[in-house]
Design a protein. Sequence first.
Length: 280
Amino acid sequence: MPALATLVDNFNDNIIGPEWGNAYGGVSETGGRARIPCVAGSYAGYQTAKAYTLAGSSVYLQVPVASAANGATVEAQTVFAITPDPTQGTNLAININTVANTIRFESNVGYTDGAAVSLTYSAVTHLWLRIRETGGNVLWDTSTDGSSWTNRRTLATPAWVTAAVNTLALDLWSYRNNGSANYSEFDNVNTTSNGAVYTGTATGSAQTAATATGKRIATGTGTGTADTAATATGSATYHGTATGSAETDAIAISDGPDTADAHISIGRPTRRWAVSEPWK
């Protein structure tokens, strides 16, 4: 039973993964984000296979870009939805509409929810979104940082949520009724890690003591220090200094043989050397 919480993608490889096998409408993975065109009269989205379960699980993600109005008169939508198969128009969703400047927390049946909770949209306050099911309720939450969450709506779990085992899809989509095309972007599905790896300072021992300074690997623009200060744009790796020992202290020497215990004498040449086959 694959729970929605097991789906993890930070989109940093810029390749649409197989978990989004039902993606549609010309989407792409660009700049470490899922980019979805927002085109007049046309739907586009990242969609998983209909193979997941929400009951007792959750899914959260980041919305760094909600499609701007750009001349739309009714809607320019950026939507995070959990949809059962095969029921059409039934889903749990968080819908951002930049024409109305609203964010709605929806439990749709027949494409509508008259009891949806609607707030004024804030790209900062509503940067992170989450839908979860626990204790017989569905909860819609928002966060500024993906760590501290504010509940926006709580509803008794619809029957289809617990009945739809391994038949739910996560659908991230965008649509506008008119106006100029642009795009929405989603990021960091079920993760707050955006790809940086940091290894701290460590000490240890084998047969005698060994110590090492840390190593830092940074993805993206960053500044760090190893032996001397360094600044890098893009991926950068900084290695610290290290000392260590195995059975005795190890000391690096220059390339070449160790001649400390070798004594070489060169005498005068002598005659009467005989050379035989095959060197003759």
